[in-house]
Design a protein around this ligand. Structure first.
Ligand code: FAD
Ligand code: SF4
Length: 401
């Protein structure tokens, strides 16, 4: 720095102490930004204080969503979409390990010097521990979802201090919105962003309640996912799988466990990542890939030889099921287990598949979240709900209050 250059303003700020109330108050998703001196930018950067998806899409991808194209409306700016799976899945990854594999390839080929990802703490398999990984082993140790709010951005100060110039960040939508908003302040030559979709996240305490209410053996669960066959799949330490139909979940008990941030989130599909790897737009056993821009395509090309791909499909009609889910959620309807299992089997046979399943999941979460914001933060409704989400919600009849 020359004597004429002023130090960046944020260097004078100080991250907040763990446990202190964050600027977004109860809507804070603990993304980690406020743990660092980048809290200086929180009013503009926080996904819950300043929703600016369209502006950041234009910066990251060169254009915002086209609201006349329903694929854009639902899945965000993209240039390609497909189903994929690793030819040799990574044992213990969330799905087949495409995320970890891309990160390892980027590091091994020297595209980046470090990877922001999240391992678990030594004491607790689900307690998130964000790190900047510098070896493939450290990336592999971050495989599998930590299904809790995770302060991934808490390592941002270390980036500037380490003088890294090329970085990959792996994260969920709220983390990536804040990251994009401060991207220019990080002093990087190149930032790559690998996102996953995210919905219905919980605090560590909320996760414990979910496991205890839903699984027969909560202490041995190492992994779970809400799958496209309308069942929650739990994998246990001994390798066994337990399945519970969505419709049999104890909705009354579980209604309160979701974090208020996640009940007011409309960035399910991680709009601002270069490349998104999820599962909900794919058929059972496959992952769903959304390539948002040329950087995302370059990242995907690195693993071209290691994955099988096939085109996305869309089957069924989600709309009646979504419309029924709106009052059912409000009334916290729980079916007896025999009826839930039967309903699961029927819906799995005739229900929405592929992209239509993804739309089902987006519609049911956006309608629920729209009502949550309207009822709990009416003053935020207009500015906080993005236009694409309003368009999605307008397809349904919602209760007036
Ligand atoms: P792996 O190779 O196992 O790598 C997983 C990566 O996720 C790791 O690099 C790790 O750093 C990162 N990670 C783990 N936990 C977190 C966290 N809490 N915050 C940020 N990063 C994390 N996909 C859908 O299609 N629909 C959904 O509804 C959906 N919900 C999700 C909810 C959560 C909380 C998370 C974290 C992910 C969700 N996903 C969802 C994504 C999906 O479950 C898989 O993570 C994705 O398909 C990648 O699988 P993989 O085997 O390639 O990942
Ligand atoms: Fe800060 Fe992130 Fe919480 Fe917003 S969500 S208040 S940026 S920690």
């Amino acid at each position: 720095m020359t004597s004429l250059q002023k130090p960046a303003q944020h260097l004078k700020a100080k991250g907040m102490k763990p446990g202190s109330r964050r600027p977004a108050k109860e809507l804070c998703s603990e993304c980690g930004l406020c743990d660092t001196y980048y809290i200086h930018y929180v009013k503009e950067a926080c996904a819950f204080l300043n929703q600016q998806i369209a502006e950041l899409e234009t910066e990251a991808h060169g254009r915002r969503r086209n609201l006349e194209n329903w694929d854009d409306v639902y899945f965000g700016v993209h240039q390609d979409m497909m189903q994929a799976r690793k030819k040799e899945p990574i044992e213990g990854a969330q799905w087949t390990g495409i995320v970890s594999t891309i990160a390892i390839e980027m590091l091994n080929r020297g595209l980046v010097e470090g990877v922001v990802c999240v391992q678990n703490s030594k004491e607790d398999r689900f307690q998130p521990q964000p790190i900047i990984a510098r070896t493939p082993e450290e990336i592999l140790a971050a495989k599998v979802n930590k299904p809790t709010l995770s302060p991934n951005l808490s390592v941002l100060e270390q980036i500037e201090q380490s003088k890294m110039k090329r970085l990959l960040v792996i994260g969920v939508g709220c983390q990536i919105q804040a990251l994009r908003a401060v991207e220019k302040e990080l002093g990087l030559e190149k930032l790559y962003v690998l996102g996953t979709p995210c919905v219905d996240n919980v605090t560590r305490a909320g996760l414990q309640k979910f496991l205890e209410t839903t699984s027969k053996s909560p202490d041995t669960v190492v992994y779970y996912e809400f799958m496209q066959d309308f069942r929650v799949h739990f994998k246990h330490e001994d390798g066994s799988t337990e399945t519970v139909p969505f419709f049999g979940l104890n909705t009354k008990e579980l209604k309160d466990i979701f974090a208020p941030s996640c009940l007011s989130c409309f960035d399910y599909v991680n709009s601002l990542a270069d490349l998104v790897v999820g599962y909900m737009g794919a058929t059972f056993g496959w992952q769903w890939i959304v390539v948002r821009n040329q950087t995302g395509q370059e990242m995907l090309d690195l693993v071209g030889d290691l994955i099988d791909t096939q085109p996305v499909i869309a089957q069924g009609n989600r709309k009646p099921a979504v419309q029924q889910s709106i009052p059912a959620y409000d009334k916290a309807v729980t079916l007896p287990m025999w009826a839930a299992k039967l309903m699961g089997v029927v819906i799995d046979k005739i229900g929405p598949r592929g992209l239509e399943y993804a739309r089902f999941s987006i519609d049911s979460h956006f309608t629920r979240n729209y009502l949550y914001v309207k009822r709990n933060h009416p003053e935020k409704l207009e500015a906080h709900v993005p236009d694409f989400a309003k368009q999605i919600v307008e397809q349904y009849n919602l209760p007036n209050s």
